[in-house]
Write a protein that binds this ligand. Structure first.
Ligand SMILES: [Zn+2]
Ligand SMILES: [Zn+2]
Length: 248
C-alpha cells in the first residue's frame, strides 16, 4: 500500500474501531470487550511470568529463586538488563503480531500494550523507545509496529516515549536461519542513538519496545548503543518471545 494511503487509513481507524463491534485480535470473532481475546484464543496463548530467567525471561519449569539466570545468560550475558514478554511466540500470538505488522490494524497495538502493561516496572520511570524499522520499510508499510505499541503503552501508563530515540542507519537482512554469530554481524552498526536525543538518554532508564523477540540480536544491538550513550538501566518489553531453541 502507498504510504499516504496507509496513513489515511490509520487516521480513519479510531472512527472505524468505534463504530464496529470489538473483534478478537487473534481470530476476528466478535468479542464483548474491546482489546480482549475470545475464549479459544485466550486458551491458546501462553502468558509468561515467574518463574523465569531474571535476565531474558526464559521460562523455568520450577521456581528456582529470585535473580537466577538461565545457562545462556550465564555463559553470555545479554547487553540489556532485563527482558519481559507478555506471551510465548506461537500460532495465536504470531497471528496477532502479523495483524499489526501487515494487516493495517493499528488498534491491535492497544491490545498488545494492555497485556504488556503488567510487566511494566513503572517505579523506574522508564522512557519508552521502539526498536526502529529501516526507513524504506516504514515508507512501504506506513508505520513501525513497535512504535505503535510503544505509543499505546506510554499513553496507558503515563510514561514518556521517544519514538525516534534509536535510528536504524542500515537495512539488515532477514535474520531467520542465521547462526547467532551471523545475526550479531548482520546487525552490527545498524543502529544509532538519534543525535538530537543524546541528552535524553544520559542516566535514564530506557525501556525498549518490540513486537516479537526472536534471537535477541536486534534487542542486544539496540541495548548496546544505548548503554554506550550513557543510559542507565536498559530493559526490553515485547509482546511475544520465542521460547524454544536458538536463544541469544
Ligand atoms: Zn479469537
Ligand atoms: Zn536467560
Amino acid at each position: 500500500m502507498h504510504a499516504a494511503a496507509a496513513l489515511a487509513q490509520q487516521a480513519l481507524r479510531p472512527i472505524l474501531d468505534f463504530a464496529l463491534p470489538p473483534r478478537c485480535p487473534g481470530c476476528g470473532a466478535v468479542t464483548r470487550e474491546p482489546h480482549s481475546f475470545c475464549l479459544d484464543c485466550w486458551s491458546a496463548l501462553t502468558f509468561l511470568g515467574e518463574p523465569c530467567c531474571a535476565r531474558c525471561a526464559l521460562p523455568f519449569a520450577y521456581g528456582e529463586g529470585e535473580n537466577i539466570m538461565c545457562g545462556g545468560c550465564m555463559a553470555e550475558p545479554p547487553a540489556y538488563d532485563r527482558l519481559r514478554a507478555a506471551v510465548a511466540y506461537g500460532e495465536t500470538s504470531r497471528a496477532v503480531a502479523l495483524k499489526l505488522k501487515y494487516g493495517g490494524r493499528p488498534g491491535v497495538a492497544e491490545t498488545m500494550a494492555r497485556f504488556m502493561q503488567r510487566h511494566l516496572d513503572a517505579a523506574s520511570d522508564p522512557m519508552l523507545a521502539p526498536v526502529p524499522l529501516h526507513r524504506w520499510r516504514i515508507w512501504w508499510r506506513g508505520y513501525n509496529q513497535a512504535a505503535l505499541i510503544a505509543a499505546a503503552l506510554a499513553r496507558r501508563a503515563g510514561l514518556d516515549a521517544r519514538l525516534d530515540l534509536i535510528e536504524r542507519v542500515k537495512a539488515t537482512p532477514v535474520l531467520r536461519g542465521m547462526s547467532p554469530r551471523e545475526r550479531r554481524q548482520a546487525v552490527r552498526g545498524a543502529f544509532r542513538v538519534n543525535p538530537k536525543r543524546k541528552a535524553d538518554v544520559k542516566g535514564r532508564a530506557i525501556l525498549l519496545i518490540d513486537d516479537v523477540y526472536t534471537s535477541g540480536a536486534t534487542a542486544n544491538a539496540c541495548a548496546r548503543i544505548l548503554k554506550r550513550a550513557g543510559a542507565g538501566e536498559v530493559n526490553i518489553l515485547c509482546w511475544a518471545r520465542v521460547v524454544r531453541g536458538g536463544d541469544h
